[in-house]
Design a protein around this ligand. Structure first.
Ligand code: NAD
Length: 295
C-alpha cells in the first residue's frame, strides 16, 4: 500500500496538465473571437492509410473542435504526388481561415518529407519543423514555433522539475521532430545537454549521468532501471502498442516502466504522460499563430 502511494507520487500526470492547458486555450479562443472575430483554424493533412496516424489525426480534430477552433482535414490517397501535396500546402498558405498547417508524419516513402515541410509558410508552421522556426529556436527567439512534443516535455519539466539551470539532461534519440529540438530547448535553459542516438556506443553510461533523462527512440523497452541515476526525472516519449496475454492490446514506452519508477524521482507514464501534452501544445501553437496573424 505504502509502496503504491510512493509510486503514485512519482507519476507526472500529463493528462491533468494537458486538460488544464486546453481549458486555458478554450478561454483564450473565446477572448480572441470577442476582440477580433477571428476563430483559429488548423489544417491537418494525412497522406495514405497508416492506422496509427489515422488515430492521431482523429484525436487532433476532436480536440481542435473541443477548444472552439476550426479544423480542416485533408485526407489524401497514398499515391498523392509531391507536386500535388505542395500545391495543396501553397493553397492553405494563402487561406486566411487557416492559421496552422500540420502534415502528419511519417509520409509515404515516395514523398520527400523535407520538401513538403519546407513548403509550409513559417507563420503557419505550428509543428515548428521548417528551417525558419528551427533557426529561431536555436537562436533562442521566443516568437517562432517549437515542435509540439518537445514543447510538451518542457512544459512538464517546468511544472515538475527543480530549476533546470546547470542540470545534466541526457536525450536518447536525435530526430528533427523530438531529440534535436528538445536539446535546443534545454540548452536555452542552461542545462548541460548530451544526446545519444543509434550509433552511440554504450548509451547507458551517458544515461546514468542524467539528472533529466528524455527517451525518444521508437525502441520499445530500451531503457532499463539500471540505466537510470537514482533520483533522476525520466520523460518517456516512446509509444508502442503491444498485445497482452489476454488477447487485448496496451500502450508502452521506450522505458521499462516498472524498473524505472523504483529508481527515478519522477516519471511520465505511457499512456497519460507526454502524449496528451503533444496535442495540447499543437493547439497552443495554433492559437499563437492566429494571434500573430492578427498583429
Ligand atoms: P525517429 O525514428 O525519427 O528517431 C529515433 C531516434 O532514436 C534516432 O535519432 C535514432 O538514432 C535513435 N535511436 C533509435 N534506436 C536507438 C537505440 N537503440 N539506441 C539509441 N538511440 C536510438 O523517431 P521520433 O519521431 O523521434 O519518435 C521516437 C518515439 O517517440 C517513437 O516511439 C514515436 O512513436 C514516439 N513519439 C511520441 C510522441 C508523443 O506525442 N508521445 C510524439 C512523437 C513521437
Amino acid at each position: 500500500m505504502i509502496l503504491k502511494k510512493n509510486c503514485d507520487q512519482k507519476l507526472i500526470n500529463g493528462k491533468v496538465y494537458a486538460e488544464s492547458l486546453t481549458t486555458q486555450i478554450k478561454q483564450d479562443v473565446i477572448n480572441l473571437q470577442q476582440i477580433s472575430g477571428i476563430t483559429p483554424g488548423l489544417a491537418v493533412i494525412l497522406v495514405g492509410n497508416d492506422s496509427a496516424s489515422e488515430v492521431y489525426v482523429r484525436n487532433k480534430t476532436k480536440q481542435t473542435h473541443a477548444v472552439g477552433m476550426r479544423s480542416f482535414m485533408h485526407l489524401l490517397p497514398e499515391k498523392t504526388t509531391e507536386e500535388e501535396l505542395v500545391k495543396l500546402i501553397k493553397r492553405l498558405n494563402q487561406d486566411t481561415d487557416i492559421h496552422g498547417i500540420l502534415v502528419q508524419l511519417p509520409l509515404p516513402k515516395h514523398l520527400n518529407t523535407d520538401t513538403i515541410i519546407q513548403a509550409i509558410l513559417p507563420s503557419k508552421d505550428v509543428d515548428g519543423l521548417t528551417a525558419y522556426n528551427t533557426g529561431k529556436l536555436s537562436l533562442g527567439h521566443q516568437d517562432g514555433f517549437v515542435p509540439c512534443t518537445p514543447l510538451g516535455c518542457m512544459y512538464l519539466l517546468q511544472k515538475e522539475a527543480p530549476p533546470l539551470k546547470g542540470l545534466h539532461a541526457v536525450i536518447i534519440g536525435a530526430s528533427n521532430l523530438m531529440g534535436k529540438p528538445m536539446a535546443q530547448i534545454l540548452l536555452n535553459q542552461n542545462c548541460t545537454v548530451s544526446i545519444a542516438h543509434i550509433d552511440t556506443v554504450h548509451p547507458e553510461l551517458l544515461a546514468r549521468q542524467a539528472d533529466i533523462l528524455i527517451v525518444a527512440t521508437g525502441c520499445q523497452g530500451l531503457v532499463k532501471g539500471s540505466w537510470i541515476k537514482p533520483g533522476a526525472i525520466v520523460i518517456d516519449v516512446g509509444i508502442h502498442r503491444i498485445e497482452t496475454t489476454n488477447g487485448k492490446t496496451k500502450l508502452i514506452g521506450d522505458v521499462v516502466f516498472d524498473e524505472a519508477i523504483a529508481i527515478a524521482s519522477k516519471i511520465t507514464p505511457v499512456p497519460g504522460g507526454v502524449g496528451p501534452m503533444t496535442i495540447a501544445c499543437l493547439l497552443q501553437n495554433t492559437l499563437k499563430a492566429a494571434k500573430k496573424m492578427l498583429n
